[in-house]
Design a protein around this ligand. Structure first.
Ligand code: 1GP
Length: 248
């Protein structure tokens, strides 16, 4: 697979595990989003993901947020909740399918609609399987996505989905506990998935990661990229500690 952002991620990953910061465009104005991104950059984050489950940050509001964040120089990757949440200003987007959703809406319908926009805008698609893992709490993504969460004690289910994604040609597998999750993804699950998919597929882990020890545990288990969202808003100092733990 080729593409500017994809190649950059692969190259950076060769140096060590990566950290991406998730910014919800609905939670603040564009100026504040840029401030958050700048702080994340200073803390050592490698890219900004823009997206959120709820809200109405589409069109102008979304584009304004994306272009202000781009001023930081970090790549901006869309993490869309629907075909509507796309910005022509983004550098790339996770072209994702929520594989353990029960609704065709999140499996393929939104993607079919969004693909035309992606084509028109010329944004770089990064093919990704999105998997929601049981987290001891009901998260917005799981609820809205009509998901049958992967049980924590059934890592083999995650391996099955991950291998299916690899065979479909997807390059990223996102093991997601959900934003603000009570429990993050179990490291055993991360390890089994990474072992199965190997080095040509990147394993992303996110949701409920609030402590450096938790982040480094995922990386030791084989995670290629760690995503945090909430902590960047709540505690930028802690974010720097988390990134230090990821990068060693
Ligand atoms: C959600 O994994 C991300 O998609 C981030 O979760 O807000 O809990 O860091 P947190």
């Amino acid at each position: 697979m080729k593409g500017k952002v994809f190649d950059r991620i692969v190259k950076e990953r060769e140096k060590g595990p990566l950290h991406f910061t998730l910014i919800d465009p609905d939670k603040q104005d564009a100026g504040k989003a840029k401030e958050l991104a700048q702080k994340a950059k200073e803390a050592g984050s490698d890219a900004i993901m823009v997206g959120g489950t709820w809200g109405d940050a589409y069109g102008e509001k979304l584009n304004g947020t994306v272009s202000r964040i781009k001023e930081t120089g970090l790549p901006v990757i869309m993490f869309p909740n629907s075909a509507q949440q796309l910005s022509p200003d983004a550098d790339a987007l996770f072209f994702m399918s929520l594989l353990n959703s029960r609704s065709t809406h999140y499996l393929i319908d939104e993607q079919m609609k969004g693909a035309l926009t992606v084509h028109q805008y010329g944004i770089e698609p990064l093919p990704m399987a999105y998997l929601i893992v049981e987290s001891g709490s009901t998260t917005s993504a799981g609820w809205a996505g009509d998901v049958r969460p992967i049980p924590r004690e059934k890592p083999e289910f995650a391996v099955g989905y991950a291998l299916a994604a690899k065979y479909f040609g997807m390059k990223f597998i996102y093991l997601e506990a959900g934003s603000g999750a009570k429990q993050s993804v179990p490291p055993e699950m991360v390890a089994m998935v990474k072992k199965a998919v190997g080095d040509d597929v990147m394993v992303i882990v996110g949701g409920g990661i609030r402590e450096p020890g938790d982040a480094s545990e995922k990386v030791k288990a084989g995670a290629d990229i760690i995503v945090t969202g909430t902590i960047a808003e709540k505690d930028p100092k802690k974010l720097a500690d988390i990134i230090r733990a990821i990068k060693g």
